[in-house]
Design a protein around this ligand. Structure first.
Ligand code: ATP
Length: 140
């Protein structure tokens, strides 16, 4: 169907993405949400994961770190802590973050207690794993 969407990804540091696209799929807190032109207006909470968008019939990915998504008048605004294209992701940094998180998790479980630290380590591990997954899409 004719029509397009503007996709804008805003982080505290920058506008990570601002482009016309054909469709978007965001990692909603309750599952993936597909958005096509003329989608009804909505807001949704996002999970940390991969956002997919289509340009020229080709699917691309962008890592997003939670936040929320608003669809209004064929513009999709994503407000998130971090938004990164695969080629912007530092793989070594993500691997170190993964290692640190796994170490904290194994120590936390042994000592039990510090539930907040465990939740933080789990969130950190998810960010690292999702970045590594997004990184796999850097060249096709
Ligand atoms: P780290 O422990 O390596 O800082 P993190 O998950 O705690 O990882 P975030 O809080 O999600 O990092 O992001 C902080 C800033 O660093 C953001 O601007 C984000 O884009 C950037 N960043 C974090 N990890 C990476 C990475 N592996 N590659 C590129 N940029 C990254």
């Amino acid at each position: 169907m004719a029509g397009s969407l503007t996709l804008r990804v805003i982080t505290p540091a920058r506008i990570a993405f601002d482009q016309t696209v054909e469709s978007v799929r965001v990692p909603g807190a309750d599952g993936d949400l597909g958005i096509l032109p003329r989608h009804a207006n909505m807001v949704a909470a996002l999970d940390t994961g991969l956002m997919r968008y289509r340009v020229g019939g080709k699917e691309q990915v962008l890592y997003v770190s939670g936040g929320f998504c608003e669809v209004r008048d064929s513009t999709v605004r994503v407000v998130t802590e971090a938004g990164e294209r695969p080629d912007e992701i530092d793989e070594e940094r993500a691997r170190s973050a993964e290692r640190r998180a796994r170490e904290r998790l194994s120590q936390g479980r042994v000592q039990e207690g510090e539930p907040l630290d465990i939740l933080r380590a789990e969130a950190s591990l998810r960010r690292a794993l999702m970045r590594l997954r997004a990184r796999e899409f850097r060249s096709e």
